[in-house]
Design a protein around this ligand. Structure first.
Ligand SMILES: NC(=O)c1ccc[n+]([C@@H]2O[C@H](COP(=O)([O-])OP(=O)(O)OC[C@H]3O[C@@H](n4cnc5c(N)ncnc54)[C@H](O)[C@@H]3O)[C@@H](O)[C@H]2O)c1
Length: 262
């Protein structure tokens, strides 16, 4: 199996895209540390992976808290011996018009989506560098971005900014860690059917809007993001670093003059 013998940490893995990554990595042979602020759902995810024959443990971590992040890295190494794959997936949104946005909400979203990705990326990378210096195999870091790193939504100010930052963070991390052979890439999903989108799924007008910007004509499944993560984590992507790959059903290439059949 492609990820046999590797230890993978995934944040925000209790549900949605993070959970799909955890399940996919485990089925590809990795030992998975399912991490989340939601202890109940996170434990349940790790248990379900074990029930299916995979290797998984749960570790509580709020990625916005430096101490939590350090503990996540330390406990992973103590328990499993290394960190070979790190997926910074935890992310939150806050909807507010630009003129009304409160500083505290701006900070909250940036702290989770961007600073959390930086803090975990740095802590995991430091460990990965030590592993390389000890003769180990270089690791792979994956940051969860969004098509909104490129597009802008006026009532999703901190989210849009945070994901733009994640793309640039991915590039600087990739260049900084390339001398150690450690690869860093991002994934920028389009509309994926997780809890956030389920809420919109019953609103036909909202769904029509989404579909009018989705050439493949359907919402993506979390497993279709997980398969990109599994590829980037594996040796199949051994010459790819500093990139963002967009599983978005064709949204980014779409010119505004092109009508979509719905
Ligand atoms: N679903 C989509 O359409 C979509 C599109 C583009 C990008 N993304 C990105 O993919 C990632 C996952 O999205 P999702 O749709 O699966 O979301 P989700 O809300 O279904 O799951 C997010 C998980 O992150 C956890 N979390 C929240 N704050 C945390 C924190 N501070 N520390 C640790 N865990 C925390 C939550 O408890 C939850 O389990 C996010 O970064 C999101 O921005 C999602």
């Amino acid at each position: 199996m492609k990820l046999s013998g590797r230890v993978a940490v995934i944040t925000g893995a209790a549900r949605g895209i993070g959970r799909a990554c955890a399940e996919r990595f485990a089925s590809d042979g990795a030992t998975v540390v399912v991490s989340d602020v939601d202890e109940e759902e996170g434990e349940a995810c790790a248990e379900s992976i074990r029930q299916s024959g995979g290797a998984a443990t749960f570790a509580a971590c709020d990625v916005a808290q430096k101490l939590d992040v350090r503990n996540l890295v330390t406990s992973t190494v103590d328990q499993h011996g290394s960190i070979d794959i790190c997926v910074s997936n935890a992310g939150i949104v806050h909807g507010a018009e630009f003129l009304d946005l409160k500083e505290a909400d701006f900070d909250r979203v940036l702290n989770v989506n961007l600073k959390g990705t930086f803090m975990l990326g740095q802590a995991a990378a430091r460990r990965m560098v030590e592993q390389v210096q000890a003769g180990g195999k270089p690791g792979s870091i994956i940051n969860m971005s969004s098509v909104n790193a490129v597009f802008a939504i006026p009532n999703q100010v901190p989210y849009t900014i945070s994901k733009g930052g994640v793309n640039q963070l991915t590039k600087v991390m990739a260049l900084s860690l390339a001398p150690h052979g450690i690869r860093v890439n991002a994934i920028g999903p389009g509309s994926i059917m997780t809890d956030i989108l389920q809420a919109v799924a019953s609103d036909q007008a909202a769904m029509d809007k989404i579909m009018s910007r989705t050439p493949l004509g359907r919402i993506g499944d979390p497993s279709e993001v997980a398969s990109v993560a599994a590829f980037l984590a594996s040796d199949d992507a051994s010459y790819i670093t500093g990139q963002t790959i967009y599983p978005d059903g064709g949204r980014l290439p779409l010119n505004y003059t092109v009508p979509i059949q719905t």
